[in-house]
Ligand binder design. Sequence first.
Ligand code: EPS
Length: 371
Amino acid sequence: MSSNTFGKLFAVTTFGESHGPAIGCVIDGCPPGITIAPEDFAHDLSRRATGKSRWTSQRREADVVEILSGVYQGKTTGTPVALLIRNTDARSRDYADIAETFRPGHADYTYWQKYGIRDPRGGGRASARETTMRVAAAVIAKRWLKEKFGIGVRGWLAQMDDIAPDLPAGAGIDFDVVESNPFFWPVAAQVPELEGRVNALRKAGDSCGARVDVVATGVPPGWGEPVYGKLDAEFASALMSINAVKGVEIGAGFASVSQKGSEHRDEMRLDGFASNHAGGILGGISSGQDILVSIALKPTSSIMLPGRSVNTAGDEVEVRTKGRHDPCVGIRATPIAEAMVALVLMDQALRHRAQCGDVGEVKPRIGRRQS
Ligand code: EPS
């Protein structure tokens, strides 16, 4: 009922608050035999972490993973995998002034209305700090998906404020470029423009939104559970659960509204589909094409510009948010979006195997030529 667990067969429960002693997760249903060590989490956690560049929050967390259970001699045993990360750089005094004030755009007011009590330090449970454990759990999922199916899950920043990647139509994404800058931006020449935009926003005490695109390659056809467990619905739910996400698109998404049927349908040849407006999902089931998803992230609500609000005493007040905040939460969202896509696919793989594992490869199978 309380919705801190994600997934049915690869079930990830996260716990912890931003300024509590630690955050963690328990993965129940993890297949046995996956090789994993504490240092294997470092790469993706560091991609997501604060304090790694000038363009994000300057909170500096070590994000060291302790494996508490479910791993013996370097391999998962099939028992619950428990992971813990201790919080080492919380600065709760930043939140003293706003402990009794509802910050506009934040979860402060709604947590208060729901629970009648809230932990204001660092946003408590509503903080993006929680996404650390999603990324950690997805390290195991990504590894298993790669080893079993050759599946890759990669994301990039596809818009920041009104800046879009300057890429020729139909050009592929160079992931070496994406990984070479702290924005996960696919065009190196535009990075100075992004830096300038963030500097200007900081100076103005404001923030901006962003869009992140993710592609999953190598997903076999047949995953997803119609009618209520459609693969698109699972992605939408998973991605919407990320802090600050206000929109999700699958394939052509909202652009489908102005397409004609003749344009939108992805014609089929034996060596591949002629286009991918469906985003790799037909009738809620993977088609074998690349899975394409996008998320829209709202501008960070913690900004220096004063805004009107109310406090717990019922007074109308003015609030300014001090502290170490991201001028654009989307800058760090790429590994988080990848993580949620990987967690959905991991859970779907196990669910497909449970019901349809005996079906095997059905003929004809359309090739993977990408248009
Ligand atoms: C966050 C506010 C900031 C960020 C935090 C997310 O917290 P604090 O004021 O405690 O520094 O630093 O991000 C992380 C700590 C993290 O690991 O992602 C928020 O309001 O969501």
